[in-house]
Ligand binder design. Structure first.
Ligand code: ACO
Length: 316
């Protein structure tokens, strides 16, 4: 039996922050942001909002369950990626478990920054393949606006808040997650990091050029390597849904893989970088746009702080 993605859900703050809004906050311009990143706007929780990462994650999870036709009490495990957890502990995953009533699940957070969803899909497929779980929720729950220095133009233009979720379920053998490959390099920890929020004033800090280069080279490499393990090449991909950090990164990876533009999903212009929520959010929109058809070979990929990156191949 395969581990199929049986339902997707999203939860976005209503509040839109445009590049024009950012022009009033820091020394930047719509033109600079658009040409360097492709981002036009992002969703941001208002400063005084009581909502936490678990609220965005729980709302996305409930929608994903409803679309999968799976009850919360049928979920065997909840895996949550997120850079700003509600608390140091308990995990955001346990808080979401309680909020959605998934009383039969075990739950834990995955600390792989923007790669959290791709790491989670790998773990979820193993839990299903091994027979331990019938349904697993993989969630990206991100309130990045609370970890951004809103006076730092290098970083504050990049990020957005979002929750997005996928239910993985036991399904037919010829569908679902075919193969995953995950990689990390702790030696590159310094190029993208967020100090411990409990210690006070930590903010996301990055060496943008270094991150850019590693993202392009390593994501293309891991996608090629994952495909090769199945005797496939990038030419076999019907759709490529990668972490939405920057349109230039997506274009460069697409070019390295030799993918035509229409096979590379891009929605970073509307949401910015939503870290671990970005791949399921892009998948959700690809499905809504009718771009995901049964039998298609879909490549998921992401890279984030750690550095941590990886790829999942999914037969839709
Ligand atoms: N507005 C105007 N000017 C800016 C801004 C801004 N918002 N931000 C930086 N600058 C200035 C800098 O101060 C610098 O000026 P200087 O040359 O006088 O010192 C200059 O612009 C830098 O310009 P470039 O070097 O040409 O910028 P670059 O093309 O490298 O783009 C960017 C910067 C967008 C950050 C790019 O490096 C990038 O996208 N890197 C990847 C980072 C990323 O995506 N991180 C997200 C997390 S990682 C992940 O999710 C994979």
């Amino acid at each position: 039996m395969g581990a199929i993605i049986s339902g997707l859900g999203i939860s976005l703050p209503d509040n839109v922050l445009t590049n024009a809004d950012l022009e009033r906050m820091v020394d930047t311009s719509d033109e600079w942001i658009l040409t360097r990143t492709g981002i036009r706007e992002r969703r941001i929780l208002p400063k005084d909002s009581p909502l936490l990462a678990s609220d965005l994650g729980a709302a996305a999870a409930l929608q994903a369950l409803q679309r999968a036709g799976v009850r919360a009490d049928q979920v065997g495990a909840i895996l949550v990626g997120g850079i700003v957890p509600d608390m140091q502990f308990p995990s955001t995953a346990c808080i979401i478990q309680e909020k959605i009533g998934a009383k039969n699940a075990f739950a834990f957070d995955i600390t792989a920054a923007c790669a959290g969803f791709v790491y989670g899909v790998n773990m979820a497929s193993l839990l299903i393949d091994s027979g331990q779980c019938d349904h697993v929720l993989v969630i990206g729950a991100e309130t990045l606006s609370r970890a951004v220095d809103w006076t730092d133009r290098n970083t504050c233009i990049l990020f957005g808040d979002a929750g997005a979720a996928a239910v993985l379920s036991r399904g037919p053998k010829d569908r679902g997650v075919i193969r995953s490959l995950l990689r990390s390099d702790g030696g590159a920890a310094d190029i993208l990091k967020l100090g411990n929020l409990a210690h006070g004033t930590a903010c996301i800090n990055m060496d943008g050029k270094h991150v850019f280069k590693l993202a392009v080279s390593e994501v293309s490499r891991v996608v090629v390597d994952t495909l090769a393990l199945e005797g496939l090449t990038a030419a076999n991909l019907d759709l490529f849904v990668a972490h939405q950090a920057n349109v230039r990164i997506l274009n460069a990876i697409g070019e390295k893989l030799g993918l035509p533009e229409e096979k590379v999903m891009v929605n970073v212009q509307r949401y910015g970088n939503t870290s671990s929520a970005s791949v399921p959010l892009a998948l959700f929109e690809a499905e809504a746009e009718g771009r995901l058809k049964p039998g298609m070979l879909v490549g998921l990929a992401a890279v984030g702080g750690g550095m941590a990156w990886g790829c999942n191949l999914v037969r839709w």
